[in-house]
Design a protein around this ligand. Structure first.
Ligand code: HEC
Length: 240
């Protein structure tokens, strides 16, 4: 094996091991922006491995148009995988979450490999492009509710004890509430929570979560702290 291939294999294996983390460490409460940053690292590793696997010689330049298409479409698919609804669906379960990681990494690998097979240097361009998408997530792409949050928070914070951190609330909702209320409050065993702010104010939602009627479980004071309740209630108020 060429040295470049060995290095690529090591990088790829290390990145895959990293991507499997949700299987072993469940319910780790990572802020969403950090989470996206971790995705970006995984994808950068996979793209780099792809570039190295392809080698720098771009031997097949003539037969390579198909590789260019691969290099362009891989980032497009990655973008779809990070679409807000898909994203929160996959994040809900450790297995889905890992599948999402591996999917993103596969696409990054293919983007780097395909680009580099097409022409020397293109792999870097497509690799950087696909990683840039995960980096965009750090500022909100793939987590739509967090973007609209500040306005709502400002409007309803006056009658709340603590100011909610809606991004954190969104993560808490996925972990604690989505089983019954569905992804983004679409409904399930529990009632839909879309447009809940038309029914309950932030304070009323907090009060309900702290002291719900069965069959909804009481999650306060454990596992949810007062701040957690405020965060998740703040998030619920953003659902529409
Ligand atoms: C085990 C299932 C279950 C879980 C987990 C759960 N809920 Fe509920 N929730 C329900 C059910 C069932 C109701 C309806 C209860 C009723 O109206 O008597 C409800 C009602 C509510 C309501 C009031 C809806 C309304 O306007 O009448 C809110 C708000 C709510 N849940 C938020 C949450 C939040 C936030 C979480 C997570 C911290 C959560 N729930 C976790 C089952 C659940």
């Amino acid at each position: 094996m060429k040295r470049q291939t060995i290095v690529a294999t090591i990088i790829l294996l290390a990145t895959v091991a990293f991507a499997l983390a949700p299987l072993f460490r469940r319910n780790v409460d990572i802020p969403i922006p950090v989470h996206h940053a971790l995705h970006a690292v995984m994808m950068a590793g996979a793209a780099l491995a792809g570039i190295l696997f392809a080698g720098s010689s771009a031997r097949e330049r003539r037969s390579g148009a198909a590789w260019l298409i691969v290099a362009i479409f891989a980032p497009v698919f990655a973008m779809l995988l990070m679409w807000p609804s898909e994203y929160s669906f996959f994040e809900m379960h450790p297995n889905g979450h890992v599948a999402e990681h591996l999917g993103l990494m596969f696409l990054a690998l293919v983007a780097g490999y395909g680009g580099q097979r097409y022409a020397n240097g293109i792999g870097w361009a497509s690799g950087i492009g696909i990683v840039a998408m995960a980096v965009l997530g750090i500022w909100g792409y793939g987590v739509a509710p967090a973007i609209t949050a500040p306005v709502v928070v400002a409007a309803s914070a006056s009658n709340a004890v603590v100011v909610p951190n809606v991004a954190h609330g969104s993560a808490l909702f996925t972990q604690n509430c989505a089983v019954c209320h569905g992804v983004a409050g679409a409904g399930g065993e529990g009632p839909p929570l879309k447009n809940e702010r038309a029914r309950k104010t932030l304070a009323a939602t907090e009060a309900w979560i702290k002291n719900p009627a069965p069959p909804m479980p009481k999650l306060y004071p454990t596992p949810l702290s007062a701040q957690d309740v405020a965060d998740v209630a703040g998030y619920v108020e953003t659902l529409r």
